[in-house]
Design a protein around this ligand. Structure first.
Ligand code: CP
Ligand code: NVA
Length: 313
C-alpha cells in the first residue's frame, strides 16, 4: 500500500530540467495563444473533463501571485480550486506527506504545492496519483520562469540565442533560469557572490547538457550588452541570515548605472515581491525598461497552459 502511485505517464510539472524542450516550447506557445484568447478559455484549449476537475493548492509559505494566478487560471479553464495552508491540514500536525498525497489524490485532479523543502514536492509526486505542480520550493520556481520566458518573448521576440544576466543571489529562481537556459537555448550570465552561487549539482547538470551558463562575481561584466537583466530578493522565504546576505549582496543592486551597461533595448525583470533599495532601486523598477507587472500578469497565462498540459491537453 505504500508503493508509488505515480506512473511515468502522469504529467507532473516539477522542474524544467526534467521536462523536454519540445514540451516546454509547446506549453509556452499555448500560453501565448491563451493570453490572446482572454478570460473565457476556448474549447480547443480546454483539457477533456476540466469542468469536473479540482486543483488543490497547498501553501507552506506565503504567496500573493502564485496563489491568485493559479486560482484564477483554473477557474478560467472551467475547473474548481481549493486553497489549503499547511497549518489547516493535518500535514501541519505531522501527518506524512505520503499519506497526504494518497488521500488528496482520491479527491482532486491536480495538486500545486509551495513547499519549504524540495523533497516534499518530490514525495507528493511519488505517492500521489494525480499531476503535481511546483509552485516554488527552496530549490526552484519553474512556473515563475515559464511566465518570464513568455514575458521576454512578448517584448523581445524568441528567447533562443539571446543573452540574459542574472544579478544577485544564486537562489531558487536562478536555478529555474539555469534549467531554462538549457531547455530554451539562450545564454545566461550569473553574477553573484562566490558564497551564494547556485548548488554545484545544478552547475554540473548545465555542464553535462552543454548549456551556455557562466558564473562570475562581477555584475557589470555579466550585464554588459545583455538583452535582459533579472534579479530577485536578497533574502528568500525561510532564510534566516538576512544581515549577512545583505552585506554580501550590496555590490549586486540593480540601479540605473548598472542597467545602462546592458543593451539599450534591454528589459528588466523581477519575479516580485521587490525590496526597493536592496536588490533594485525604485528608478529601475518603475523605469521604462521594467516589465515586472507584465511578468506578474503572465503567471496567469503561463499557468493556464501548464494546468491544461498537466490535465492532458
Ligand atoms: N513571484 C511569486 O511567486 O510571488 P508570490 O510569492 O506572491 O506567489
Ligand atoms: N526567491 C524568493 C522568490 C519569491 C517569489 C523566495 O524564495 O522567497
Amino acid at each position: 500500500a505504500s508503493k508509488s502511485k505515480s506512473t511515468p505517464q502522469t504529467r507532473h510539472f516539477l522542474d524544467l530540467d526534467v521536462l523536454d524542450a519540445p514540451t516546454l516550447r509547446r506549453i509556452i506557445d499555448m500560453a501565448h495563444a491563451m493570453k490572446k484568447a482572454g478570460k473565457r478559455t476556448p474549447a480547443k484549449f480546454r483539457p477533456a473533463g476540466v469542468e469536473e476537475s479540482t486543483l488543490a493548492m497547498i501553501f507552506e509559505k506565503p504567496s500573493t501571485r502564485t496563489r491568485v494566478s493559479f486560482d484564477v487560471a483554473m477557474r478560467q479553464l472551467g475547473g474548481q480550486t481549493l486553497s489549503l495552508n499547511n497549518t489547516d491540514l493535518q500535514l501541519g500536525r505531522g501527518e506524512s506527506i505520503k499519506d497526504t498525497a494518497r488521500v488528496l489524490s482520491r479527491y482532486v485532479d491536480a495538486i500545486m504545492i509551495r513547499a519549504n523543502a524540495h523533497e516534499t514536492l518530490l514525495s507528493l509526486a511519488e505517492f500521489g496519483s494525480v499531476p503535481v505542480i511546483n509552485g516554488l520550493t527552496d530549490r526552484s520556481h519553474p512556473c515563475q520562469v515559464m511566465a518570464d520566458i513568455l514575458t521576454y518573448e512578448e517584448h523581445k521576440g524568441p528567447i533562443k540565442g539571446s543573452v540574459v544576466a542574472w544579478v544577485g543571489d544564486g537562489n531558487n529562481v536562478a536555478v529555474s533560469w539555469m534549467h531554462a537556459a538549457v531547455r530554451f537555448g539562450f545564454e545566461l550570465r550569473i553574477a553573484c557572490p562566490d558564497k551564494l552561487r547556485p548548488e554545484q549539482s545544478i552547475v554540473d547538470w548545465v555542464a553535462r547538457e552543454k548549456g551556455a551558463v557562466s558564473y562570475g562575481s562581477d555584475a557589470e561584466a555579466a550585464v554588459k550588452g545583455a538583452d535582459c537583466v533579472v534579479t530577485d530578493t536578497w533574502v528568500s522565504m525561510g532564510q534566516t541570515d538576512a544581515a549577512r546576505r545583505k552585506r554580501m549582496l550590496k555590490p549586486y543592486r540593480v540601479d540605473a548605472r548598472l542597467m545602462s551597461k546592458a543593451d539599450k533595448n534591454a528589459i528588466f525583470m523581477h519575479c516580485l515581491p521587490a525590496y526597493l533599495g536592496d536588490e533594485v532601486t525604485e528608478e529601475v523598477l518603475e523605469g521604462p525598461q521594467s516589465v515586472v507587472f507584465d511578468e506578474a500578469e503572465n503567471r496567469l497565462h503561463a499557468q493556464k497552459a501548464i494546468l491544461a498540459w498537466c490535465l492532458g491537453a
